[in-house]
Ligand binder design. Structure first.
Ligand code: BGC
Length: 744
């Protein structure tokens, strides 16, 4: 980020005009989603909004009620879990630019996105908001999303810094981790987001990290963010994540936001003013925060700073609005088109025995679609990521449109989803109070009449499945499971879906299974039986269209899993080594750590996701990076050349099929003989290429040698990989197509 001397001078001049009370206004919330401004000097408040899948609906400034007008319908983009499955950085960029443009169109200055926490635990309720288990893939996608957002005179706010990897006890769990794993797995994407993506803002986390709450941590926000990374953007607290005036005041935090309407009582409001007056906090600390806030306002062109020299030679400063600031817009057709483009590549073909798919419209007269998720809209759920989508094409609607009037599309619900209580007030009002259910009690027991209904639905679907040649079961999760504030208790499919799917497969072994979920589910009961399985996360307003186009063969699937689908929670590294959901802390620890109840040590270290399954040879349902196409690709002719600074890899990829298709070539690197503490191989580059039938393309990778390194705690720095190193060109982490060993 360019920090011009001229700009800094202007910021200092405006800062000099401000009283302590006015400075305080700029650094805490004055509304739930807006910081305070200083009218006297023309400084506005920063208007923020969630979240990763679109611009959230509007709330009253001081009550957790949605305004409920029709003005806040927006485009609904694929969730980050879906977007990551595209492995397409251009699509990540356009998704970001849609988000930024719509945010601006809705009058926002900052969009609270993207969420980039590492998917360490498949049970984490917010995994759908995050990108991947792999730091390289997260970084590559996040940088583009951020740059796309910020093209629109609006700030991204990458979140939640850091180790916010579970929702259970998210306010009170302390994370402990060894330095190497922290540096190699959890920090890189945040570092890329601020250094390469140049995110103007970053959000702290609720959880504690090594004894300090993320949103006021000196280790994270001062030492790493400010000192190591030289970050001059704005560090925002998560909503209600602060616990102490001195910590919030002296750490690298700039803006305290909250969920209570007593804005004057926020730590950085009156308590901060008092602390400065009493000499407990140096006003220079407050000035640092204000500078960062004003800098962000200049960067997103909320204001310009005018300087005027007085007769006495003194320079006075005030803020004025920038007349030609990008006004943005929302719900444009082009946005829906971009949402569709991303959605298409987010559909992952997990399995396709004996070419079960596609189901060609010309050869199909009747299709039976089974499952609640076929007919469910997901956009308005999940917690702060909820949005009011202008429209959402369900899979059922998508299929009906795709196949047209000559094909009968019959629908059967198949499984029973209990009705939810509709709350008038948003859940966020009470979100700080840890009232959420523990991972144990998520799915409510059905009452007798509901059980009867569930059986009727299943029987109806099974009876129909006997009559139809083409049966598509569409199930998975919904935002009662993939949601903020709660983790799942296990990876099992809810609502009796295992029973339903197996009963349908009993009578129709060719039935296609589609799983819609924001995090892995246990498919073992039918995984080997079903001939075709498709995977799709919450895939935006055009998700149903994209799914139907893949099923009909209109387009070839090209999504790849951005996270491993393990067999079950018990077989994950978190279960094998960790102490999830956290060990109750003792009295001495309680004294040391404010507002803390649990400690969780990330004992699996760097062995997160595929790094673990590969190292410990633990079988999974589907590996990281996996995703089939309707065509086959041939990889050949791999070359590896080392230069002083980098390793150059080339290889050829051929489309051996009869349709145009895309393939993501993944480049993994590891020691030829992996040493004890290291993963076998790690993703270091990838490239998605489009190939016409019979076409061959050369794929090139340049891997900087400095990215081939491990963090050595004893040495206090990165140690480059040397000796015999293997380069793997692969179609997934478990499907290596070419390998070359070189000495580095
Ligand atoms: C979430 C954030 C969100 C904020 C504002 C918090 O509960 O953790 O991700 O941006 O609320 O809604």
């Amino acid at each position: 980020m360019k920090k011009s001397g001229d700009m800094e001078k202007k910021i200092d001049a405006l800062l000099a005009e401000l009283t302590l009370e006015e400075k305080s206004k700029l650094i805490h919330g004055a509304e739930f989603f807006k910081s305070g401004g200083v009218e006297r000097l023309g400084i506005p408040g920063i208007m923020t909004s969630d979240g990763p899948m679109g611009v959230r609906n509007d709330f009253y400034p001081d009550r957790w009620y949605v305004k409920g007008t029709s003005a806040d319908y927006v485009s609904y983009l694929p969730s980050n879990s879906a977007l990551a499955a595209t492995w397409n950085t251009e699509l990540a960029h356009t998704a970001g630019s849609v988000l930024g443009r719509e945010a601006r169109g809705r009058g926002k200055d900052m969009i609270l996105a993207p969420g980039i926490n590492v998917k360490r635990n498949p049970l984490c309720g917010r995994n759908f908001e995050y990108l991947s288990e792999d730091p390289y893939l997260i970084s590559a996608m996040a940088v583009e999303i951020i740059q796309g957002i910020q093209e629109n005179d609006v700030s991204a706010c990458v979140k939640h810094f850091v180790c916010n990897n579970q929702e259970w006890a998210r306010h009170t769990v302390n994370v402990e981790i060894d330095e190497r794993s922290f540096r190699e797995i959890y920090l890189p994407a945040f570092e890329a987001a601020v250094k390469k993506g140049k995110s103007y803002a970053i959000m702290g986390s609720y959880n504690l990290f090594r004894g300090e709450h993320g949103s006021e941590s000196r280790k994270l926000l001062t030492d790493i963010l400010r000192k190591e990374w030289k970050y001059d953007g704005v560090a925002v607290s998560d909503w209600g994540a602060n616990h102490d005036t001195v910590d919030a005041g002296e750490s690298g935090l700039d803006l305290e936001m909250g969920i209570n309407a007593d804005f004057d009582k926020y730590y950085l409001a009156n308590p901060l003013i008092e602390a400065v007056k009493k000499g407990e906090i140096d006003e220079a600390e407050v000035d640092k925060k204000v500078r960062n806030i004003l800098r962000l306002m200049l960067r997103v062109r909320m204001i310009e700073i005018e300087l005027k020299e007085q007769k006495n030679g003194k320079v006075r400063a005030k803020a004025v609005p920038v007349e030609d600031r990008d006004p943005g817009y929302y719900n444009g057709h082009i946005m829906h088109h971009y949402a569709l483009e991303a959605a298409r590549e987010a559909v992952v073909l997990l399995k396709n025995d004996r070419k079960r798919l596609p189901i060609k419209p010309s050869e199909t007269k009747r299709i039976l679609v089974i499952g609640d998720d076929a007919d469910r809209q997901h956009s308005n759920g999940g917690g702060s990521a909820e949005i009011k989508a202008l429209y959402e094409i369900t899979p059922l609607l998508g299929l009906a449109r795709e196949y047209g009037g000559n094909t009968e599309i019959r629908y059967a619900k198949g499984y029973y989803v209990p009705k939810k209580k509709v709350e008038e007030v948003n859940w966020q009002e009470t979100s700080i109070m840890e009232i959420f259910t523990a991972p144990e009690d998520r799915e409510r027991k059905l009452k007798a009449e509901e059980k009867k209904k569930a059986k009727e639905l299943r029987d109806e679907a099974v009876a129909l499945a006997k009559e139809y040649d083409q049966v598509i079961i569409i199930g998975g999760l919904d935002h009662d499971f993939d949601t903020e504030g709660m983790d799942r208790k296990d990876m099992k499919l809810p609502y009796g879906q295992d029973e339903l799917i197996n009963a349908v497969l009993d009578v129709n072994p060719d039935a296609v299974v589609v799983m819609i979920a924001g995090s892995p589910v246990d498919m073992r009961s039918f995984k080997d039986r079903a001939r075709a399985i498709l995977w799709m996360s919450y895939n935006g307003m055009e998700g149903g269209t994209a799914l139907a186009e893949v099923i009909s063969g209109q387009i070839c699937p090209s999504g790849k899993l951005a996270e491993t689908i393990p067999e079950c929670f018990e077989k994950t590294p978190v279960a094998a080594f960790g102490d999830y959901p956290g060990r109750k802390i003792n009295a001495a620890e309680k004294k040391r750590m404010k507002a803390c109840e649990y400690t969780e040590t990330y004992k699996e270290g760097v062995f997160v996701g595929y790094r673990y399954y590969e190292k410990y040879k633990v079988p999974v349902q589907f590996p990281f990076g996996h995703g089939l196409s309707y065509v086959d690709f041939k990889y050949s002719g791999m070359t590896v050349k080392t230069t002083e600074r980098a390793v150059e890899v080339t290889l050829k990829v051929k489309n051996c099929g009869i349709a145009t298709a895309k393939e993501t070539v993944q480049l993994y690197v590891g020691e030829k003989t992996p040493s004890e503490g290291n993963p076998v191989k790690e993703l270091k580059a990838f490239s998605k290429v489009e190939l016409k039938p019979g076409q061959t393309k050369t794929v090139r990778f340049t891997v900087p040698k400095k990215s081939l390194a491990h963090y050595d705690e004893a040495a206090g720095g990165w140690v480059k990989l040397s000796g015999a190193v293997s380069f793997y060109a692969a179609a997934s982490s478990a499907d290596v197509r070419c390998r070359k060993d070189v000495n580095i």
